[in-house]
Design a protein around this ligand. Structure first.
Ligand code: SF4
Length: 584
């Protein structure tokens, strides 16, 4: 059954938006840059789903890139859907109206494929909200042949197990080619084998693609302590190890030269452009570098032309150069010169959000003389050189101070630094060093420019992530972090800097969701049924709901969540994510 845009449904939604919902602009589409293909002329329909609100999802470069690439295919229409805020959820639910795409108001259940982008673990309950509002069964096992194929990609699929009850298949690695291949294969399989079951169709996909994980065809067993082992195929010819899809050149995938201009203020109102994928760094805690190999770059002239044309087409006044470590882009100086040549006459500024601290940082600062409005954002991660050596981050405080000095000399008035606490082998000196370093930088700024800069030290709680060299470590216990936070509440008499640290409850949940096994899906479902929504938003996050859900699932299943989060894995132990491998 097909549901094309239904004018009556659209009118119902529009009247609902006018009467019952705040910020209705996020639910109506029609933005400059959005693609409105004729639903009758394209045969297949993909809904790209970002499991967070419009204001967050619209800032995501990869999401917009995939939207553009699929819409360039003749046979396919790609539309967008985001998580509604609680007032919209309530309004839809109370009238039994389905969640729909922004472009044609098509109910999610009427798409051929529904593709989630899993960027962070605390968005998992939003996936359930969207499936439920989309009138799609939460569990993969309950879906029929008429339901869309529900797929997921993104960095979180490095450990797909916690979300595996809800997702039909996970795509591991780069999405540019893989997404379209999986979509095409799905509709062709349905056409070619109409009498087969949905399970048969999924099995064909599992056997065909080496980068696809279909949880249904893998069984999980547990060791004597109750710990989950690596899932194993339960049918022949299903890959034991799933390897990533890798695109050779990101250059081939040109983003839209008219990126979508959000109708309401989004987190980043600017043209964002990925200039490099991967990072030459090998920091032992860093999942991003481990899952995005090898390094691939766009060339200077194509970056410059895309940026220039996008600003001309949208009127945006800022271009943000994205990569894990932008200053490691091999032609950084040439790129900045070319961009300035094209963008300065248009009064467009350039922002460089991820700079690596190294011996080149002070030169980079000289290169960024006109990009100082956003301040300098850097990630020293640890306060002492010795700890940095241990975690594989080969930078020194000497590099850092020289870079900051150069930034102050070039007019920067703000330095934001990211640190971690709870790293393996951490001592009190490492913690005290964070405040000492922040203070030293603040005073360096005062000495250089005559006034105190704004210096912020953001301290996160270290979670050993799958696929990193630290994956077998456990997270430090909650009491350790409480004591570390107490220590970080340094009495800063001259108020020259600020220290902020992440909420511990959220970090512990991130540990559970990123390191957990398939049983953690039951916790996600329970907490969602109990009312958890938009957990990555401080104003919506309710830790008590998670505590209750965890207790209930422990009683029911015997899962040991403390073990999942805190107990290290011996070198020879199987890992719950051992079937996923990011080495192509
Ligand atoms: S420099 Fe940054 S992105 Fe690169 S490996 Fe280290 S932490 Fe990861």
């Amino acid at each position: 059954m097909r549901h094309f845009t239904d004018p009556a449904f659209r009118r119902t939604i529009e009247s609902l938006l006018l009467s019952d919902v705040r910020q209705p602009g996020q639910y109506i589409g029609g933005e400059l840059g959005s693609v409105a293909k004729d639903p009758e002329s394209s045969r297949f329909h993909l809904a790209l789903a970002f499991p967070d609100t419009y204001t967050i999802g619209m800032s995501h470069f990869g999401f917009q890139l995939l939207y553009t690439l699929i819409n360039r295919k003749e046979d396919w229409i790609c539309e967008r859907v985001f998580t509604p805020l609680p007032d919209m959820e309530k309004a839809l639910k109370s009238r039994n109206l389905p969640l729909y795409s922004l472009e044609t108001f098509r109910p999610l259940v009427a798409f051929d494929v529904l593709g989630f982008s899993l960027q962070y673990e605390m968005s998992y309950t939003n996936v359930l909200t969207m499936l439920d509002l989309g009138q799609i069964p939460l569990h993969s096992s309950a879906r029929t042949k008429t339901h869309p194929l529900v797929i997921a990609g993104g960095p979180c699929v490095g450990n797909p197990e916690p979300m595996s009850p809800f997702i039909d298949l996970f795509v591991i690695g780069d999405g540019e080619e893989a997404l379209e291949q999986v979509c095409d294969f799905w509709v062709e399989t349905k056409q070619n084998f109409p009498s087969e079951s949905r399970r048969d169709w999924l099995l064909r996909i599992a056997r065909h693609f080496s980068f696809v994980y279909v949880p249904e065809f893998y069984d999980v067993s547990y060791d004597a302590s109750g710990r989950a082992l690596t899932p194993k195929p339960n049918l022949p010819d299903v890959p034991e190890i799933i390897r990533p899809a890798v695109v050779d050149e990101i250059e081939r995938y040109v983003p839209s030269l008219t990126p979508i201009v959000p109708l309401i203020e989004s987190v980043q109102d600017r043209v964002s452009l990925e200039i490099m994928r991967g990072c030459p760094g090998r920091c032992k805690f860093c999942q991003s570098t481990a899952i995005k190999r090898p390094i691939r770059t766009r060339n200077v002239e194509s970056i410059a032309q895309i940026a220039h044309q996008s600003c001309l087409n949208t009127g945006m006044s800022e271009v943000s150069l994205l990569s894990l470590s932008t200053s490691d882009y091999p032609h950084f100086e040439e790129l900045m010169l070319r961009l300035r040549e094209l963008l300065t006459p248009m009064k467009v500024s350039i922002s460089v959000p991820s700079l690596r601290v190294n011996h080149l940082l002070s030169q980079t600062m000289q290169c960024l003389t006109t990009e100082r409005t956003g301040g300098l954002t850097i990630a020293p991660e640890a306060s002492r050189d010795e700890m940095r050596r241990r975690i594989g981050k080969p930078i020194t405080n000497e590099n850092l101070l020289a870079g900051c000095q150069s930034a102050f000399e070039n007019g920067f008035g703000r330095v934001k630094m990211y640190f971690m606490c709870g790293l393996p082998g951490e001592t009190d000196d490492d913690l005290d060093g964070i405040t000492d370093l922040a203070k030293e930088i603040a005073h360096l700024g005062k000495k250089t420019s005559g006034r105190f800069p704004t210096v912020i030290a953001n301290v996160s709680n270290f979670v050993p992530k799958p696929h990193t060299p630290f994956e077998r470590y456990g997270m430090m216990p909650p009491d350790y972090f409480r004591e570390a936070h107490r220590r970080l509440k340094y009495v800063n008499k001259d108020r020259s800097f600020n220290v902020k640290y992440h909420e511990l409850a959220l970090s512990l949940l991130e540990g559970l969701l990123s390191r957990g096994d398939r049983r953690v899906g039951q916790i996600i479902e329970t907490v969602w049924r109990n009312g958890a929504r938009l957990d990555s938003w401080t104003e919506h996050f309710q830790n008590a709901l998670w505590d209750t859900a965890i207790t209930a699932v422990i009683l029911e299943t015997g899962i040991n969540t403390e073990q999942i989060i805190h107990v290290p894995y011996p070198d020879d132990a199987e890992l719950p994510w051992g079937h996923i491998c990011f080495v192509p």
